[in-house]
Design a protein around this ligand. Sequence first.
Ligand SMILES: *[C@@H]1O[C@H](CO)[C@@H](O)[C@H](O)[C@H]1NC(C)=O
Ligand SMILES: *[C@@H]1O[C@H](CO)[C@@H](O)[C@H](O)[C@H]1NC(C)=O
Ligand SMILES: *[C@@H]1O[C@H](CO)[C@@H](O)[C@H](O)[C@H]1NC(C)=O
Ligand SMILES: *[C@@H]1O[C@H](CO)[C@@H](O)[C@H](O)[C@H]1NC(C)=O
Length: 495
Amino acid sequence: MVRQSMLRLCLHISLLIGVFQPTYALPHASSSALYGWASANGNDESSQLAPLRGSSTLLGVVQDELSSGNSAEVPQSAYELAPGQAADADIGIPFTFKDTQNPQPIRGDLGSTDPGPRTYAYDRLNPNTFAPPSSDNGEVTQSKWPLGLSHNRILPGHAGWSRQENTDVLPGATAMAGVDMKLAPWAYRELHWHQANEWGIVLNGSVRVQAMNEDGQTFTDDLDVGDVWYFPSGVPHSLQALGLGSEFMLVFDQGNFSDGGTGLITEMFLRNPKEVLSKNLQAPLEDFDEIPQDQLYILNGTPAPKDVKEQTIPGPGGVASGNDSYTYHLSKQAAYETPGGSIKIIDPVNFPIAKMFSAALVTIKPGAMREIHWHGTSDEWGFFLAGNARVSVYEAPTSGATVDFSAGDISYVKATASHYIENTGDEDVVFLEMLQAPRFTDISVAQWLKLTPKQIIKDTLHLPDRLLDNLSPNKQYVIQGNRNLTALSSGSGIA
Ligand SMILES: *[C@@H]1O[C@H](CO)[C@@H](O)[C@H](O)[C@H]1NC(C)=O
Ligand SMILES: *[C@@H]1O[C@H](CO)[C@@H](O)[C@H](O)[C@H]1NC(C)=O
Ligand SMILES: *[C@@H]1O[C@H](CO)[C@@H](O)[C@H](O)[C@H]1NC(C)=O
Ligand SMILES: *[C@@H]1O[C@H](CO)[C@@H](O)[C@H](O)[C@H]1NC(C)=O
């Protein structure tokens, strides 16, 4: 005990010396002048009106009157509520701040004005986060990642760019990751391969894809907007944008995937001794004089022959075709129409090589809604290609969160968590829904209610006969909606 308190005393003394002798352990004052040092820590407070830190008289109770006349209340004259914002919070109207002066975090009787500091752009983009419906509760796995917040890898010669979403930015998104990539006309995504399986969809322009597999089977194809490809783990491939360039979205079956971590042909050449390259390819050393001294990743290229057949090199295993094909021309698949929009399903039933990638490309008209559903075995990775929407996720047992999405956002919902996608804007929502499952399936809540004995539903939820009689036994996928919610805002009518 005694030794400890002696130690502490010594420590205090040395600290005091430190405070009162600022030149402690430094050269003498003369050398301070020589080097221009004002004090031991390099702060020159001599020319300032106030020192860097205030005095001890400011600690605790200070006798002065409060001098600030600053109000935390935004006066009613300085803001307006959006149409529907004053409605009961339990109706949860999907209002927009698009034309609203000085949006406020108020919904019905809930909330209070926000005096700032704030960034209006976030509040306008996220009205349901800023002023949530009262159905929101507890904590829900973060479900939104705007690609606009992803670091962009921009390549020399205006060849292209890429940005990604993975568990670094969306920690709950463990089953899938996404990469958004743009290639300029004739630019390549370098010949490469990786551990994850890759599924891709063309967003703009067109692209030539090329691969060779373990059986010496080759594959080359041209894809248009809306077409899909799949490359299994380890199969080396490359992509070349055609004459109008291309943007595409890649989805990988590992949440921690990083596109900076793939195997690249340039790196592989750099990581082998030239003696080995010479032996392996039976060529003189000087043949390797011009290989790139750094990886290329995305690079400008020369125009590809117009006819894709000219670039099809049949291997000993032939050319992959039929069920072995690495592409599917989803753009040419007619959409399944529903009253509120349409849906195209692509899964191993129609695209067999993509073993666990099941997808739906959903179009939701203004006011309409992808019905409340969940996926039994797989998390859902989603991408918004167009429009504005909101999603409420219910995570068992008691949590719910409503989140706004717009074109360019990625969404992620855990397996068995219920959710819907409601179009809250004036244009169609186009949404890509991806699962890791051998078939695209969901549990439709409306269908479940219809196909459960009425007595059970009535005893449990106290819903009237007329509601249950009206339900369809079939999946609706996208339900039509009323765009005018004025009546609903005042507490009656149907959405
Ligand atoms: C690229 O595709 C998106 C999504 O379909 C579309 O909104 C956009 O207008 C397209 N861009 C161009 C330059 O055509
Ligand atoms: C990434 O996730 C996969 C499972 O999806 C795991 O096997 C692998 O070890 C992870 N890699 C890293 C670097 O964390
Ligand atoms: C192709 O795959 C589908 C779906 O798995 C299957 O029904 C069909 O029989 C396969 N066709 C051939 C020629 O193997
Ligand atoms: C919306 O509905 C309200 C009430 O039902 C009605 O008074 C109003 O005219 C409608 N607005 C439009 C643009 O149709």
